[in-house]
Write a protein that binds this ligand. Structure first.
Ligand SMILES: Cc1cc2nc3c(=O)[nH]c(=O)nc-3n(C[C@H](O)[C@H](O)[C@H](O)COP(=O)(O)OP(=O)(O)OC[C@H]3O[C@@H](n4cnc5c(N)ncnc54)[C@H](O)[C@@H]3O)c2cc1C
Length: 410
């Protein structure tokens, strides 16, 4: 819709605008669509992008995917993970094993997830090649006005920032940028056309501060990741597939042969390397994630290192909780919506979302933060403190996977 005037100069006017067409933005758009609420996704890339090879989705994430109506199709693409196997190569060659105590865990291709989220959106819902450079508030209506790379502007009645760790919407909200952690991860796929022969286990091996993870996607495809200390050279390495492979091999050179062979056989095009980013739990506790009718979701709000594998699932939860609050408030205001009343309802919906998400996100980010500290620190005192706090607050280590966002039917 294109409207002139309204205090914001010429330009386009939209109801709900979502900045970022990654996992979080697409999930938010799809959840809204399922409730009959239209939105516009602005994505800076020219097409759907899904870097990082695969993503592990735990039970809480599957509940969200069920809500979105795409879980059944995705279940066909990935085997169910039956347990964990871990080995500390500094101490012994003996594996410890534990079954997955509750629910469902699968590791799915990121491209499958992103495509499934985008597939059911109405045509025109995603506008590719739309890079939001900055956002200003309309002095007359207080609506956010988005300034795009091509010089155009879009005024949004409600705005959701799903634009990841370098979010432009965060700047507009006045929130702190996300922090850098001291670790980075290499990720990729290895394909075994004759079958990989690994059990359907989430396998973890550590030596020193290097952690290797291996998870089957299906009978022939394996997802793996290596986490280790970040070094400034990683900036250069992350732009070159050959360097990523050689650096991965270098990191695990003392690991068992099947592990090194897996990295040697990897699909170079699937490789990625990135430094972890996070928002500290105390920031999530005190910061305001809303300004007027603007809020944030996904990594823009709660980037966390992947040690508990919850960043993506938490982003899916955000989408559903935000949608439930929006749907409820829009129902109250009815079809003939006077502008002021509508804006008030958007504010109430976003406030409900922020309040509902806060403690859930504080707990997830605290658990992830402690796990990261534990992996990164060499100090015995810090390690002991982390373990003590984990025992007090997170004795049931996987309790967070029991959260079911579908219970919030407003
Ligand atoms: C190594 C690693 C492993 C992980 N493993 C797991 C796991 O196993 N399970 C799990 O649940 N989570 C995992 N995560 C976390 C998960 O990947 C993220 O939480 C999730 O991808 C966040 O999605 P997002 O949409 O918020 O952000 P992103 O995926 O970063 O998407 C942001 C989108 O916004 C677009 N964008 C950015 N700025 C602009 C702009 N100004 N204008 C327009 N568009 C813009 C970008 O192009 C991008 O498409 C892992 C993370 C890492 C780093």
């Amino acid at each position: 819709m294109t409207l002139g005037g309204g205090g914001g100069g010429g330009g386009e006017m939209e109801e709900i605008v979502i900045v970022g067409g990654g996992l979080s933005g697409l999930a938010t758009a799809l959840a809204l669509h399922r409730k009959g609420i239209a939105s516009l996704v602005l994505e800076r890339s020219e097409s759907l992008r899904a870097s990082g090879a695969a993503i592990t989705i735990r039970t809480n994430g599957w509940h969200a995917l069920d809500y979105l109506g795409i879980a059944s199709a995705l279940r066909q693409t990935a085997v169910s993970i039956e347990g964990f196997a871990s080995i500390n190569l500094d101490w012994s060659m003996q594996q410890t094993r534990s079954p997955i105590s509750r629910g469902e865990t699968r590791c799915i291709r990121r491209s499958d997830l992103i495509e499934a989220l985008a597939r059911d959106l109405p045509p025109g819902s995603i506008r590719f090649g739309s890079y939001v450079k900055f956002i200003k508030s309309d002095p007359f209506s207080s609506c956010p006005i988005l300034h795009l790379n091509d010089g155009s502007t879009i005024k949004a009645k409600a705005l959701v920032g799903c634009d990841g760790v370098n979010s432009v919407v965060l700047d507009y909200l006045g929130m702190r940028p996300t922090n850098f952690s001291g670790s980075s991860a290499f990720r990729g796929f290895t394909n075994y056309p004759e079958g990989h022969g690994f059990e359907n286990l989430f396998f973890l091996a550590t030596r020193g501060k290097v952690l290797l993870g291996r998870v089957p996607v299906d009978d022939t495809l394996v997802y793996w990741f290596i986490t280790r200390h970040w070094t400034p050279e990683d900036l250069k390495i992350s732009n070159n597939q050959d360097l990523m492979k050689s650096s991965s091999l270098e990191s695990i050179k003392d690991f068992p042969e099947d592990v090194t062979k897996m990295i040697e056989k990897c699909d170079r095009s699937s490789l990625s390397c990135m430094r972890f980013r996070y928002r500290a739990p105390w920031d999530l506790m005190v910061e305001s994630y809303r300004k007027g009718t603007t809020t944030v979701a996904g990594d823009a709000l709660h980037a966390m290192s992947p040690f508990i594998g919850q960043g993506g699932s938490a982003s899916l939860e955000d989408a559903i909780v935000l949608t439930e609050f929006l749907a409820q408030k829009l129902r109250e205001v009815g079809p003939d919506r006077p502008h002021q009343e509508l804006m008030g309802k958007y504010e109430e919906a976003l406030e409900g979302y922020v309040k509902h998400r806060r403690m859930r996100l504080v707990r997830l980010s605290a658990q992830s933060y402690l796990m990261t500290k534990l992996a990164e620190t060499s100090s015995v005192l810090v390690k002991t403190l982390c373990i003590a706090v984990m025992i007090i607050f997170f004795r049931d280590y996987t309790a967070h996977t029991e959260y079911d966002c579908r219970r919030l039917r407003l």
